[in-house]
Write a protein that binds this ligand. Structure first.
Ligand code: DON
Length: 308
């Protein structure tokens, strides 16, 4: 299999696409991003990184960061995390408040906004936001083996200035006694986590530990144990694309996590981590060309968790 050729072909096909979706504009700082960009990178356990298109351009990873905070939270709390958040798909939009009321403020899963806010609150454990943010960034540096990765403070400030929806979720959970810390501190931490800027190449690298049973084979360092890696992958499969998760599983057949910046991190266990980015989103908030490109990739490689 010639992976470089596959990626070059996909990038060429995506460059010709007319309907590129709609860039997220509810975070004003993201509304300025040029929708004509597309990048893809694949990192494989043997140490190779293949890339095509705008794979070296920084973008806002947004909800993809929820995979990293979930990993940190499981490391800190273990199974006790599941008292804060569930692990069922919601079938609702990422920012929905509906199920929170009927389920006493306990979010369905760690990947919807309410769930990710509950996860951040859980890992704060009395620490100041600054300390937690430093820990999150250290973890991302560690898994990506790249200390140059940074928060985009402009994006975080833009989200804070338009926080009403997430603030509603957080206050609602707090009213049910589900959040321990001050809502603005939790939100400030959450928005910074979402603002992390990465390239497709960095993101593919960061996903490698989920490809090889918790081990980053590039660096030879174990990040988490095999059981935990398997479970994070299953959460990504069931909940990684919100109300588009079923469609993603059907069309791509791999665990993945999307973000409203237009990125998707996808894990092909034993094979590679795929990061794809194109800023235009579909009707459920997932990258339109990202999904299309991943469909092409799995057609061409045969990668799937549902077949051998
Ligand atoms: O809280 C938000 O709305 C954003 N920071 C993250 C949402 C997101 O990325 C949903 N993904 N598709």
């Amino acid at each position: 299999m010639n992976m470089q050729r596959i990626l070059d072909d996909i990038a060429a096909e995506m460059a010709a696409e007319i309907d590129r979706g709609k860039v997220a504009d509810y975070i004003p700082q993201l509304a300025h991003v040029n929708p004509n960009q597309f990048g893809i990178a694949v990192a494989t356990p043997d140490g190779q990184v293949y890339a095509a298109g705008d794979a070296d351009t920084l973008f806002s990873i947004q909800s993809i960061s929820k995979v990293f905070t979930l990993t940190i939270a499981l490391g800190k709390l273990g199974d006790a995390l599941w008292t804060h958040v569930g692990r069922e798909p919601s079938g609702d939009p990422f920012n929905s408040i509906m199920i929170l009321e009927s389920e006493s403020g306990r979010p369905r899963n760690p990947f919807i906004n309410a769930g990710a806010i509950a996860v951040v609150d859980a890992i704060m454990m009395g620490h100041e936001p600054k300390e937690i943010l430093a820990e999150i960034l250290r973890f991302v540096h560690f898994i990506a083996d790249d200390d140059s990765i940074r928060f985009d403070h402009k994006v975080a400030a833009s989200e804070m200035a338009h926080k009403d929806r997430n603030a509603a979720l957080a206050h609602f959970m707090k009213a049910f006694g589900r959040l321990e810390h001050d809502v603005d501190k939790v939100l400030g931490t959450y928005f910074h986590q979402c603002s992390i800027a990465m390239t497709c190449q960095q993101l593919a690298h960061a996903g490698l530990f989920l490809v090889s049973n918790g081990m980053n084979e590039h660096t030879g360092v174990r990040v988490i144990n095999a059981e935990r890696a398997r479970r994070i992958n299953s959460l990504m499969m069931m909940c990684g694309h919100y109300d588009g998760s079923g469609e993603f599983a059907y069309l791509v057949g791999l665990p993945g996590k999307s973000g409203v910046g237009g990125g998707i991190l996808t894990i092909a266990p034993g094979k590679g981590a795929i990061a794809v980015w194109s800023p235009g989103l579909d009707h459920v908030g997932n990258s339109k060309l990202g999904l299309k490109a991943l469909q092409r990739l799995v057609e061409k490689t045969g990668w799937s968790v549902f077949s051998t």
